[in-house]
Design a protein around this ligand. Structure first.
Ligand code: URA
Length: 234
């Protein structure tokens, strides 16, 4: 089995994050630093930061978090900032975030050790709609949103068509609901920057039909069986 798939199945990280760990030289197979694309056999000993990655049956865990801003969306932070791991209950196993929210972005985040589900949910082909509430500085009209709806060039590629509408507007700020099906780095913020607007506040309110449903900022709960089945069916 490919090393990244193995690490995902063991709940260490998503396949993509596992590749980053391999590239950083943190993974060893039988004491030798693993290379990207290496294969693992059943009898091999795999370590992460020299700690054995235990194989065997593990319980799959699924959480939903209302991430506050000012918290990093990684398993550890070399600058010592608060991470989403600090918000998890002590009883939780080793889970990792499905996709990322910026340091300054809040809202719905899924965490799991189910590598396959994480892989599918974050795969560009899956195109899951993610809705954000963006609070923009100053006034905005529906017409101003047209370039955002039809596609903004980011990193030389047009963003996919998306839905956006104004929820509230006044002289000081405008609240926009925007639904995108991609996950480019800082996508929503950069789309508004491209039309000369600054996002003051950004909150993810849903992933597909999954919503925060009254989960307070900074709080975490286990996903229900129904919610897990829904995500698996996406
Ligand atoms: N778009 C952004 O700009 N930031 C996020 O965290 C998510 C989407």
């Amino acid at each position: 089995m490919r090393i990244n798939k193995y690490l995902a199945e063991q709940g260490v990280a998503s396949r993509r994050h596992a590749d980053e760990m391999i590239e950083a030289g943190r993974i060893k197979i039988n004491g030798v630093t693993a290379l990207l694309g290496a294969d693992v056999q059943e009898e091999d000993v795999v370590t992460l930061d020299d700690q054995p990655v235990l194989s065997g049956e593990k319980e799959l865990e699924y959480y939903i978090m209302n991430k506050p801003k000012g918290v990093v969306c990684t398993v550890s932070d070399d600058r010592g900032r608060k991470t989403i791991m600090d918000l998890l209950p002590e009883t939780s196993g080793r889970v990792f975030p499905v996709g990322r929210l910026d340091y300054g972005t809040e809202g719905l985040l899924i965490l799991t050790n189910d590598g396959d589900l994480a892989f599918r949910l974050t795969h560009p082909k899956t195109e899951i709609p993610k809705t954000y509430m963006a609070k923009i500085e100053g006034t905005l009209t529906e017409k101003d949103l047209n370039p955002i709806r039809s596609g903004i060039e980011l990193d030389g590629v047009l963003t996919k068509k998306c839905k956006a509408h104004i929820v509230e507007t006044n002289k000081a700020y405008t609240k926009v609901h925007i639904t995108i099906t991609e996950g480019k780095n800082r996508q929503v913020r950069r789309m508004f920057e491209a039309i000369g607007k600054n996002v003051e506040l950004l909150k993810r309110v849903s992933i597909g039909q999954l919503k925060l449903r009254g989960l307070d900022r900074g709080k975490v709960r286990k996903l229900t069986q129904e919610e897990i089945s829904y995500l698996k069916g996406l």
